[in-house]
Design a protein around this ligand. Structure first.
Ligand SMILES: Nc1ncnc2c1ncn2[C@@H]1O[C@H](COP(=O)(O)OP(=O)(O)OP(=O)(O)O)[C@@H](O)[C@H]1O
Ligand SMILES: [Mg+2]
Length: 315
Protein backbone atom coordinates (compact mmCIF):
# COMPACT_ATOMS: atom_id res chain seq x y z
CA UNK A 1 0.00 0.00 0.00
CA UNK A 2 2.87 2.26 0.89
CA UNK A 3 4.40 1.66 -2.53
CA UNK A 4 1.10 2.46 -4.22
CA UNK A 5 0.72 5.72 -2.25
CA UNK A 6 4.31 6.76 -3.05
CA UNK A 7 3.82 5.98 -6.71
CA UNK A 8 0.48 7.79 -6.79
CA UNK A 9 2.00 10.86 -5.06
CA UNK A 10 4.90 10.83 -7.50
CA UNK A 11 2.62 10.63 -10.49
CA UNK A 12 0.48 13.49 -9.11
CA UNK A 13 3.58 15.62 -8.42
CA UNK A 14 4.86 14.95 -11.94
CA UNK A 15 1.50 15.88 -13.43
CA UNK A 16 1.27 19.14 -11.44
CA UNK A 17 4.91 19.91 -12.27
CA UNK A 18 4.34 19.38 -15.96
CA UNK A 19 1.17 21.50 -15.86
CA UNK A 20 2.89 24.38 -14.04
CA UNK A 21 5.98 24.25 -16.22
CA UNK A 22 4.04 24.26 -19.47
CA UNK A 23 1.92 27.15 -18.22
CA UNK A 24 5.01 29.11 -17.27
CA UNK A 25 6.67 28.36 -20.59
CA UNK A 26 3.67 29.31 -22.73
CA UNK A 27 4.61 33.01 -23.01
CA UNK A 28 8.19 32.00 -23.91
CA UNK A 29 6.78 29.80 -26.62
CA UNK A 30 4.63 32.65 -27.98
CA UNK A 31 7.58 35.04 -27.89
CA UNK A 32 9.77 32.56 -29.75
CA UNK A 33 7.14 32.15 -32.45
CA UNK A 34 6.69 35.91 -32.91
CA UNK A 35 10.46 36.48 -32.95
CA UNK A 36 10.85 33.79 -35.60
CA UNK A 37 8.02 35.30 -37.67
CA UNK A 38 9.69 38.74 -37.48
CA UNK A 39 12.99 37.22 -38.56
CA UNK A 40 11.38 35.33 -41.46
CA UNK A 41 9.27 38.20 -42.78
CA UNK A 42 11.82 40.96 -42.04
CA UNK A 43 8.92 43.08 -40.80
CA UNK A 44 10.63 45.24 -38.15
CA UNK A 45 7.42 47.12 -37.28
CA UNK A 46 6.04 44.07 -35.40
CA UNK A 47 6.55 43.78 -31.66
CA UNK A 48 6.51 40.96 -29.08
CA UNK A 49 3.48 40.75 -26.82
CA UNK A 50 4.60 41.79 -23.33
CA UNK A 51 3.25 39.48 -20.53
CA UNK A 52 1.05 41.19 -17.96
CA UNK A 53 3.01 40.04 -14.89
CA UNK A 54 5.98 42.26 -14.09
CA UNK A 55 8.64 39.57 -14.15
CA UNK A 56 11.78 38.57 -16.01
CA UNK A 57 9.81 37.53 -19.08
CA UNK A 58 8.22 40.94 -19.39
CA UNK A 59 11.64 42.55 -19.06
CA UNK A 60 12.97 40.26 -21.76
CA UNK A 61 10.09 41.10 -24.11
CA UNK A 62 10.41 44.82 -23.54
CA UNK A 63 14.20 44.74 -24.06
CA UNK A 64 13.67 42.83 -27.27
CA UNK A 65 11.03 45.35 -28.39
CA UNK A 66 13.38 48.27 -27.69
CA UNK A 67 16.03 46.58 -29.77
CA UNK A 68 13.54 46.06 -32.61
CA UNK A 69 12.55 49.74 -32.48
CA UNK A 70 16.18 50.82 -32.75
CA UNK A 71 16.85 48.38 -35.59
CA UNK A 72 13.75 49.63 -37.39
CA UNK A 73 14.98 53.20 -37.06
CA UNK A 74 18.51 52.37 -38.25
CA UNK A 75 17.27 50.40 -41.25
CA UNK A 76 14.83 53.23 -42.11
CA UNK A 77 17.65 55.79 -41.96
CA UNK A 78 19.84 53.65 -44.22
CA UNK A 79 17.02 53.27 -46.73
CA UNK A 80 16.36 57.01 -46.78
CA UNK A 81 20.08 57.69 -47.17
CA UNK A 82 20.32 55.33 -50.13
CA UNK A 83 17.19 56.78 -51.76
CA UNK A 84 18.44 60.37 -51.29
CA UNK A 85 21.91 59.48 -52.57
CA UNK A 86 20.56 57.85 -55.73
CA UNK A 87 18.21 60.76 -56.28
CA UNK A 88 21.05 63.25 -55.93
CA UNK A 89 23.24 61.28 -58.33
CA UNK A 90 20.47 61.08 -60.88
CA UNK A 91 20.04 64.80 -61.46
CA UNK A 92 23.65 65.60 -62.52
CA UNK A 93 23.61 62.46 -64.66
CA UNK A 94 20.43 63.58 -66.38
CA UNK A 95 21.92 67.02 -67.02
CA UNK A 96 25.10 65.52 -68.50
CA UNK A 97 23.05 63.24 -70.72
CA UNK A 98 20.84 66.06 -72.02
CA UNK A 99 23.89 68.12 -72.93
CA UNK A 100 25.71 65.23 -74.57
CA UNK A 101 22.60 64.46 -76.62
CA UNK A 102 22.36 68.10 -77.67
CA UNK A 103 25.99 67.99 -78.81
CA UNK A 104 25.39 64.75 -80.70
CA UNK A 105 22.37 66.28 -82.42
CA UNK A 106 24.64 68.99 -83.75
CA UNK A 107 24.43 71.78 -81.20
CA UNK A 108 28.18 72.26 -81.71
CA UNK A 109 27.50 73.91 -85.05
CA UNK A 110 27.18 77.13 -83.04
CA UNK A 111 30.34 77.73 -80.96
CA UNK A 112 28.39 79.50 -78.15
CA UNK A 113 25.95 76.60 -77.76
CA UNK A 114 28.81 74.17 -77.84
CA UNK A 115 30.70 75.99 -75.12
CA UNK A 116 27.58 76.27 -72.99
CA UNK A 117 26.91 72.54 -73.24
CA UNK A 118 30.52 71.68 -72.41
CA UNK A 119 30.53 74.05 -69.43
CA UNK A 120 27.31 72.50 -68.13
CA UNK A 121 28.85 69.04 -68.44
CA UNK A 122 31.98 70.16 -66.58
CA UNK A 123 29.87 71.75 -63.81
CA UNK A 124 27.70 68.68 -63.33
CA UNK A 125 30.73 66.36 -63.34
CA UNK A 126 32.28 68.50 -60.61
CA UNK A 127 29.12 68.35 -58.58
CA UNK A 128 28.93 64.60 -58.95
CA UNK A 129 32.57 64.27 -57.96
CA UNK A 130 31.96 66.28 -54.78
CA UNK A 131 28.87 64.28 -53.97
CA UNK A 132 30.67 60.96 -54.38
CA UNK A 133 33.56 62.20 -52.18
CA UNK A 134 31.07 63.29 -49.48
CA UNK A 135 29.20 60.00 -49.64
CA UNK A 136 32.49 58.15 -49.29
CA UNK A 137 33.43 60.23 -46.23
CA UNK A 138 30.10 59.42 -44.57
CA UNK A 139 30.31 55.73 -45.50
CA UNK A 140 33.76 55.61 -43.87
CA UNK A 141 32.32 57.38 -40.84
CA UNK A 142 29.53 54.80 -40.58
CA UNK A 143 32.04 51.98 -40.90
CA UNK A 144 33.88 53.48 -37.90
CA UNK A 145 37.15 54.00 -39.75
CA UNK A 146 39.67 55.26 -37.19
CA UNK A 147 41.15 58.76 -37.48
CA UNK A 148 44.85 59.34 -38.07
CA UNK A 149 45.65 61.52 -35.07
CA UNK A 150 48.58 63.88 -34.93
CA UNK A 151 49.18 67.17 -33.10
CA UNK A 152 47.55 69.88 -35.23
CA UNK A 153 47.95 73.64 -34.84
CA UNK A 154 44.42 74.91 -35.35
CA UNK A 155 45.48 78.50 -36.06
CA UNK A 156 47.75 77.32 -38.90
CA UNK A 157 44.96 75.15 -40.25
CA UNK A 158 42.57 78.10 -40.26
CA UNK A 159 45.07 80.34 -42.05
CA UNK A 160 45.52 77.63 -44.69
CA UNK A 161 41.75 77.40 -45.20
CA UNK A 162 41.54 81.20 -45.32
CA UNK A 163 44.17 81.40 -48.07
CA UNK A 164 42.45 78.69 -50.05
CA UNK A 165 38.96 80.20 -49.81
CA UNK A 166 39.89 83.87 -50.16
CA UNK A 167 39.95 83.60 -53.93
CA UNK A 168 36.44 82.17 -53.96
CA UNK A 169 34.91 84.87 -51.78
CA UNK A 170 33.34 86.84 -54.68
CA UNK A 171 32.49 90.15 -53.03
CA UNK A 172 32.19 88.75 -49.50
CA UNK A 173 34.73 90.09 -47.06
CA UNK A 174 36.56 87.06 -45.62
CA UNK A 175 38.80 87.96 -42.65
CA UNK A 176 40.81 86.31 -39.91
CA UNK A 177 39.75 87.40 -36.43
CA UNK A 178 41.30 86.30 -33.15
CA UNK A 179 43.94 83.61 -33.64
CA UNK A 180 45.19 81.98 -30.44
CA UNK A 181 47.78 79.25 -30.63
CA UNK A 182 45.90 76.05 -29.83
CA UNK A 183 46.82 72.48 -30.61
CA UNK A 184 44.52 69.48 -30.82
CA UNK A 185 45.19 65.82 -31.47
CA UNK A 186 43.41 65.29 -34.72
CA UNK A 187 43.16 64.09 -38.27
CA UNK A 188 44.51 66.93 -40.44
CA UNK A 189 42.53 66.05 -43.57
CA UNK A 190 39.23 65.68 -41.75
CA UNK A 191 39.68 68.88 -39.73
CA UNK A 192 40.58 70.77 -42.90
CA UNK A 193 37.44 69.43 -44.53
CA UNK A 194 35.38 70.58 -41.54
CA UNK A 195 36.76 74.12 -41.74
CA UNK A 196 36.38 74.27 -45.53
CA UNK A 197 32.76 73.10 -45.34
CA UNK A 198 31.91 75.77 -42.76
CA UNK A 199 33.69 78.55 -44.68
CA UNK A 200 32.12 77.37 -47.94
CA UNK A 201 28.65 77.63 -46.36
CA UNK A 202 29.36 81.02 -44.83
CA UNK A 203 30.50 82.39 -48.20
CA UNK A 204 27.68 80.74 -50.09
CA UNK A 205 24.91 81.97 -47.81
CA UNK A 206 26.24 85.51 -47.40
CA UNK A 207 25.32 88.06 -50.08
CA UNK A 208 28.09 90.21 -51.62
CA UNK A 209 29.20 93.00 -49.27
CA UNK A 210 28.76 90.82 -46.16
CA UNK A 211 31.48 89.64 -43.76
CA UNK A 212 32.78 86.21 -42.83
CA UNK A 213 35.21 86.01 -39.90
CA UNK A 214 37.27 83.05 -38.69
CA UNK A 215 38.54 82.72 -35.10
CA UNK A 216 40.43 80.19 -33.01
CA UNK A 217 40.41 80.61 -29.25
CA UNK A 218 40.98 78.51 -26.19
CA UNK A 219 38.51 78.17 -23.31
CA UNK A 220 39.56 75.94 -20.40
CA UNK A 221 40.30 72.55 -21.96
CA UNK A 222 38.53 73.32 -25.24
CA UNK A 223 39.79 74.68 -28.52
CA UNK A 224 37.06 76.79 -30.13
CA UNK A 225 36.92 77.21 -33.85
CA UNK A 226 34.40 79.81 -34.94
CA UNK A 227 33.02 80.80 -38.34
CA UNK A 228 30.82 83.93 -38.24
CA UNK A 229 28.88 85.37 -41.12
CA UNK A 230 26.49 88.25 -41.72
CA UNK A 231 24.48 86.24 -44.22
CA UNK A 232 20.89 85.10 -44.69
CA UNK A 233 20.72 83.21 -41.39
CA UNK A 234 18.65 80.11 -40.60
CA UNK A 235 15.16 80.17 -39.07
CA UNK A 236 14.42 78.37 -35.80
CA UNK A 237 12.26 75.87 -37.65
CA UNK A 238 15.21 74.62 -39.74
CA UNK A 239 17.99 75.08 -37.20
CA UNK A 240 17.60 71.70 -35.42
CA UNK A 241 17.79 69.81 -38.73
CA UNK A 242 20.66 71.37 -40.64
CA UNK A 243 23.16 68.74 -39.44
CA UNK A 244 21.04 65.94 -40.89
CA UNK A 245 22.22 64.25 -44.06
CA UNK A 246 20.76 65.80 -47.22
CA UNK A 247 18.89 68.47 -45.25
CA UNK A 248 18.71 71.81 -47.05
CA UNK A 249 16.73 74.87 -46.15
CA UNK A 250 16.07 75.65 -49.82
CA UNK A 251 13.86 73.04 -51.43
CA UNK A 252 16.07 71.13 -53.88
CA UNK A 253 14.29 72.36 -56.98
CA UNK A 254 14.52 76.07 -56.18
CA UNK A 255 18.06 76.13 -54.87
CA UNK A 256 20.52 78.37 -56.58
CA UNK A 257 23.51 77.17 -54.64
CA UNK A 258 23.90 73.65 -55.96
CA UNK A 259 24.68 72.17 -52.53
CA UNK A 260 23.69 68.65 -51.61
CA UNK A 261 23.12 69.02 -47.87
CA UNK A 262 25.95 66.72 -46.76
CA UNK A 263 28.48 69.38 -45.71
CA UNK A 264 27.25 69.93 -42.17
CA UNK A 265 26.57 66.21 -41.59
CA UNK A 266 30.27 65.65 -42.29
CA UNK A 267 31.25 68.55 -39.98
CA UNK A 268 29.19 67.06 -37.16
CA UNK A 269 30.77 63.66 -37.63
CA UNK A 270 34.32 65.07 -37.71
CA UNK A 271 33.74 67.11 -34.54
CA UNK A 272 32.23 64.16 -32.68
CA UNK A 273 34.88 61.69 -33.88
CA UNK A 274 37.45 64.01 -32.24
CA UNK A 275 35.54 63.94 -28.96
CA UNK A 276 34.05 67.38 -29.58
CA UNK A 277 30.83 68.93 -30.82
CA UNK A 278 29.48 71.61 -33.13
CA UNK A 279 26.99 74.32 -32.22
CA UNK A 280 25.14 76.94 -34.22
CA UNK A 281 23.40 80.19 -33.37
CA UNK A 282 21.60 82.09 -36.10
CA UNK A 283 19.24 84.98 -36.74
CA UNK A 284 17.40 85.28 -40.03
CA UNK A 285 18.76 88.15 -42.17
CA UNK A 286 21.51 88.88 -39.62
CA UNK A 287 23.82 85.91 -39.89
CA UNK A 288 25.03 82.71 -38.29
CA UNK A 289 27.81 81.60 -35.97
CA UNK A 290 29.09 78.03 -36.15
CA UNK A 291 31.32 77.01 -33.21
CA UNK A 292 33.31 73.79 -33.14
CA UNK A 293 34.55 72.60 -29.74
CA UNK A 294 37.53 70.24 -29.81
CA UNK A 295 39.48 68.91 -26.82
CA UNK A 296 42.62 71.06 -26.68
CA UNK A 297 45.99 69.42 -26.34
CA UNK A 298 47.57 70.36 -23.06
CA UNK A 299 50.81 72.13 -23.88
CA UNK A 300 53.88 70.13 -22.92
CA UNK A 301 55.37 71.59 -19.74
CA UNK A 302 58.30 73.71 -20.87
CA UNK A 303 61.15 73.75 -18.39
CA UNK A 304 63.01 76.96 -19.10
CA UNK A 305 66.69 76.20 -19.20
CA UNK A 306 69.06 78.35 -17.12
CA UNK A 307 70.42 81.32 -19.11
CA UNK A 308 74.03 80.14 -19.06
CA UNK A 309 73.07 76.79 -20.62
CA UNK A 310 71.17 78.51 -23.44
CA UNK A 311 74.18 80.74 -24.02
CA UNK A 312 76.49 77.69 -24.20
CA UNK A 313 74.16 75.96 -26.62
CA UNK A 314 74.12 79.02 -28.85
CA UNK A 315 77.87 79.32 -28.98
N1 LIG B 1 26.27 79.89 -42.80
C1 LIG B 1 25.01 79.58 -43.17
N2 LIG B 1 24.08 80.56 -43.34
C2 LIG B 1 22.83 80.24 -43.71
N3 LIG B 1 22.37 78.99 -43.94
C3 LIG B 1 23.25 77.99 -43.80
C4 LIG B 1 24.60 78.22 -43.40
N4 LIG B 1 25.24 77.04 -43.34
C5 LIG B 1 24.32 76.11 -43.68
N5 LIG B 1 23.12 76.66 -43.95
C6 LIG B 1 21.88 75.94 -44.33
O1 LIG B 1 21.99 74.61 -43.90
C7 LIG B 1 21.82 73.71 -45.01
C8 LIG B 1 22.71 72.51 -44.85
O2 LIG B 1 24.06 72.88 -45.00
P1 LIG B 1 25.09 71.84 -45.64
O3 LIG B 1 26.43 72.46 -45.67
O4 LIG B 1 24.93 70.55 -44.92
O5 LIG B 1 24.53 71.63 -47.12
P2 LIG B 1 24.74 72.50 -48.44
O6 LIG B 1 25.66 73.66 -48.19
O7 LIG B 1 23.38 72.81 -48.98
O8 LIG B 1 25.40 71.46 -49.41
P3 LIG B 1 26.90 70.87 -49.40
O9 LIG B 1 26.71 69.39 -49.19
O10 LIG B 1 27.43 71.18 -50.75
O11 LIG B 1 27.63 71.53 -48.28
C9 LIG B 1 22.12 74.54 -46.23
O12 LIG B 1 21.38 74.09 -47.33
C10 LIG B 1 21.71 75.94 -45.83
O13 LIG B 1 20.34 76.14 -46.11
MG1 LIG C 1 27.57 73.23 -47.33
Amino acid sequence: MLAAVVLGALALAALIGWFLASRAMRPVDRMTRTARAIGDSGDLTRRLEEPRERDELRRLASTFNDMLARLDQAVGAQRRFLADASHELRSPLAAIRTNVEALLRGADADPTDREESLRAIARETDRMGRLVADLLALARADAGQPLVRKPIELDALLIEAYQQQRRLAEGVNLTLGELEQVEVMGDADRLKQLVLNLVDNALRYTPPGGDVTLDVTREASWALLRVRDTGVGISAEHLPHIFERFYRVDPPRTRHSGGTGLGLAICKWVAEAHGGRIEVASTVDHGSVFTVFLPARTPAVQHSAPAELVATAQR
